[in-house]
Design a protein. Structure first.
Lengths: 177, 206
């Protein structure tokens, strides 16, 4: 790398120097060259000023009001709260399923007369979900049930947020994969 | 490769141990840890979104989207692949691109309906106009005239102070491509400011 070459193309070399794109050896050579070449020093100074001016401008133009940006988090907090609430709901649903399941088991084990009494207290919609499958229990607990033989709406409901799939909540407790 | 010519950037660098603790508290479901992460990184992401989109309302929307996505996928963050700031930048850039794409199609249809107007608007918003000096406004306009790819790279280098390797990670491109985008962005800005607008050396001084 001769001084003549540097000075014939001071712009691109100076830019590469300022942008940090020269290899370390080239960088050092150019640095030494700068001590003897006024044209290159001028080019480097111009590029540095441009870089600095752009940086300052971006900083000013993108300035923000901290309190305003902080206000943008309530949505996140609400969702986080929604997550906190979802856990007890899922737990309550699981307990309800277990209770109903127990009731069903007891009802099946009893004579016909008692079975009528037990089923009479249940809503029609709930009658087909009295005995949760292992898959349903896993789903209610938020675990992957594998390949369930069928899905129960009652078991899925507590895990589905009111806004549907897009009603996102943070899922902080997921284990790393 | 030398990385020090532009100087240290303003990307948030939270000490590793502090960040690890914050993230593990997040993963344990601690709400205040999420707020902590948001407080640490929201400014940096907001600035990126304003810089890339040049539109504050859109930037606010993307900021929220970015954190919502990041928090939902926090368990997938792999510190061995990239820093947390780089990971967040990556998510934000991807969301900025989606936003720009959606906006482009909206604008195209509106443009066709109204039969006039221009899609390329690098005019500073009222907030920017209030903040910037006349010269800075011209620089901001010039920055807005860069293609979106060049603008992303230029923001990350000039303002974020990221290394070319990190820029490559954020933008999903090779390090060499990141370097060439920066060279092109720098040359374009120089052409606009010096050759077109006749900026003298002194006018670029802070």
């Amino acid at each position: 790398m001769s001084a003549t070459v540097h000075c014939q193309q001071p712009e691109s070399l100076a830019s590469a120097y300022v942008l940090g794109q020269l290899h370390p050896a080239e960088h050092m050579r150019f640095r030494r060259h700068l001590a003897t070449c006024a044209a290159c020093r001028q080019a480097v100074a111009r590029d540095r000023r441009l870089t600095y001016a752009v940086r300052q401008t971006i900083g000013t133009a993108t300035e923000y009001d901290r309190s305003h940006v902080d206000k943008l988090i309530p949505m996140a907090r609400t969702r986080q709260t929604a997550y906190v609430w979802r856990q007890p709901i899922a737990a309550a649903a699981l307990i309800a399923l277990l209770l109903l399941g127990g009731l069903s088991v007891r009802a099946v084990g009893r004579p016909l007369g008692n079975e009528v009494t037990a089923t009479a207290t249940q809503t029609p919609a709930a009658t087909h979900t009295l005995t949760p499958t292992p898959q349903e229990l896993a789903m209610a607990a938020g675990r992957d049930p594998g390949t369930p033989s069928h899905t129960s709406q009652a078991a899925e409901l507590p895990l589905t947020s009111p806004g549907g799939a897009r009603a996102t909540t943070f899922a902080p407790a997921q284990p790393p994969r | 490769m030398s990385e020090h010519a532009i100087g240290a950037g303003v990307a948030v660098r939270v000490p590793q141990s502090e960040l690890e603790e914050l993230l593990s508290r997040c993963l344990a479901g601690e709400e205040s840890a999420y707020v902590g992460v948001y407080n640490q990184y929201s400014g940096m992401i907001f600035r990126l979104c304003v810089g890339v989109l040049q539109q504050r309302e859109d930037a606010e929307e993307v900021l929220q989207d970015t954190f919502e996505y990041a928090f939902r996928r926090l368990s997938r963050f792999d510190p061995s692949r990239a820093s947390f700031a780089t990971w967040l930048y990556q998510i934000a850039v991807s969301r900025c691109r989606n936003k720009r794409r959606r906006k482009f199609f909206q604008l195209v249809s509106l443009d066709l309906l109204s039969d006039h107007g221009s899609l390329a608007s690098a005019e500073p918003g009222p907030r920017e106009s209030a903040l910037l000096t006349e010269r800075q406004e011209q620089i901001w306009r010039a920055f807005g005239r860069l293609s979106s790819k060049l603008r992303e790279a230029a923001f990350l280098r000039y303002y974020g102070g990221l290394s070319y390797l990190e820029i490559g990670q954020v933008l999903g491109i090779k390090t060499k491509t990141a370097e060439s985008r920066l060279r092109l962005a720098h040359r374009t800005l120089k052409t606009i400011l010096v050759d077109e607008l006749g900026f003298e050396d002194g006018e670029m001084d802070p």
